[in-house]
Each structure stands twice: as C-alpha cells, then as structure tokens.
Design a protein around this ligand. Structure first.
Ligand SMILES: [Zn+2]
Length: 243
C-alpha cells in the first residue's frame, strides 16, 4: 500500500500512472501558486517545475502559506519547493528564479518539454504571453487568476477550446502591493509606489489623506471607481509603514 493507493481508488490506475510520468510547469509561486503547488504535490505528478521572478514580501504572508517570516526577501520559487518537500511523495521538483517572458532563458523548446502548463500569475501581460506560448506549442494550459476575492480557472486546449485571449480583458486599475514594492515592471507601478507609499512617508499620512479626501470631493463627477479601488491599497500601505 503506497501513497498512491487512495489516488488510484479515485482516479484509476491508468490515470495515476499517467500523472506520475507527467512533467508539468507552474508559472508563478504566489497566492495561487502556493495552493496549486500543494495540490500538484498531492496529485503526485512526476516532475513539477516552478517558476517565479519575485522574492517574498511581508505582505505575502497572510495568504501565501508556504512562506514564513524568515523567508522574507528569498526567492519564491526555491522557497516554495523547499516548503513542500516534507509532504512530497517522490515528485521531482525544479525551481527557476526568472521572468517567464525572458526568451533567452525560456525559449519555445523550454515549454515543449511539458505535458501541461499551470498559470498562477498576477498580471495580464504574462498570462497573455503564456497563452500565446500554449497556442504555439500546443501544450495544454490551465489558466487561473484572481480579481479581488473572486477566482477563475480556465482549461485551455489549444485550438480545441477558447483561449485566454478569445475574450477581451479589462485593464486592471490597481496593483498588488508586492508588485509595486518589490518588482515594479512598468512606469505606472513606480508612479503608484511614489504616490501611495513614498509621498506619505515624506510628507506625512494625514496631509495625504486630507488631500485625497479633497480630491475625491472635486472629482466626484469623474471616475469615482478609481478612488474606491485606491482606498484599500492606501490602507494596506499605511499598515506597512507602521509595522
Ligand atoms: Zn483565442
């Protein structure tokens, strides 16, 4: 009676053997990735490759349960893999600390070695990129994402099902704190960081809040949604500076 016996009861011998001989890629080891890596390990996939470009931030620890306070500033990919070793039943684990869109380190041939790709990303650009790779290579893609408290999963079988780009996606108006703090990749991330984080540090929080309140009064007739979305971010950032 091995670890696989209960998996075989559920999925049948043939499928379990297939999982054990499969090589999978998980892109992103953050909020979704921590959950997903645990599941992939419990499913006993043969080889699990984990890729992330980010390091662990204090703000990750409330939900990215594979990470601890001592892991702050360490790469997410390697730390996640170390954290799951004690309940790993023989999956080969490989970590990459890099950007999925870096074609030098991750050319098309890199993706072709996998039976399936799992997306656990936090930004549209990278999700669109991996979708394109899936279409090029024909490798099935399990796409997942979050919007606030809502989560979505979309299985993509290239040219058999709808792909991630088939339906237009709304441009996000707010950014994860870890992105603007640790790995800004666009000018807008730096502007958001300067406005919401640096400005209160330099000139005091009360003034900024007063200013924001005034602005909200003035801009009531324009885009109100933006202000609402900015508020939680501001609160999160404030709690940062106090800790
Ligand atoms: Zn499509």
């Amino acid at each position: 009676m091995g670890y696989n016996s209960h998996l075989k009861k559920i999925f049948g011998e043939e499928r379990v053997n297939h999982l054990q001989s499969s090589k999978v890629l998980m892109v992103g080891a953050g909020g979704i990735g921590c959950e997903l890596l645990k599941d992939l390990i419990l499913m006993n996939y043969g080889e699990i490759h984990v890729l992330d470009l980010d390091t662990i931030d204090l703000s990750n620890l409330n939900r990215q349960f594979l990470f601890r306070q001592k892991d702050i500033k360490k790469p997410k990919s390697t730390t996640a893999i170390n954290a799951v070793q004690h309940f790993n039943h023989g999956s080969k684990l490989i970590a990459y600390n890099g950007n999925i869109m870096d074609t030098k380190n991750f050319p098309l041939s890199f993706f072709q070695q996998f039976n399936i790709i799992f997306n656990a990303l936090d930004n549209l650009e990278a999700r669109m990129y991996v979708n394109k790779i899936a279409l090029f290579t024909g490798v099935p893609l399990m796409e997942s994402g979050t919007t606030g408290l809502k989560g979505q999963v979309q299985p993509i079988f290239p040219y058999k099902t709808e792909c991630f780009a088939c339906l237009p996606k709304a441009t996000p108006k707010s950014f994860p704190v870890c992105t603007i703090r640790s790995t800004p990749s666009k000018p807008i991330h730096c502007i958001t960081w300067a406005k919401n984080f640096l400005f209160p540090q330099l000139f005091g929080e009360n003034d900024e809040e007063q200013h924001a309140a005034n602005q909200q009064g003035v801009s009531d007739d324009s885009d109100n949604k933006d202000e609402h979305q900015r508020k939680p971010t501001q609160q999160m950032l404030n709690s940062f500076t106090r800790s």
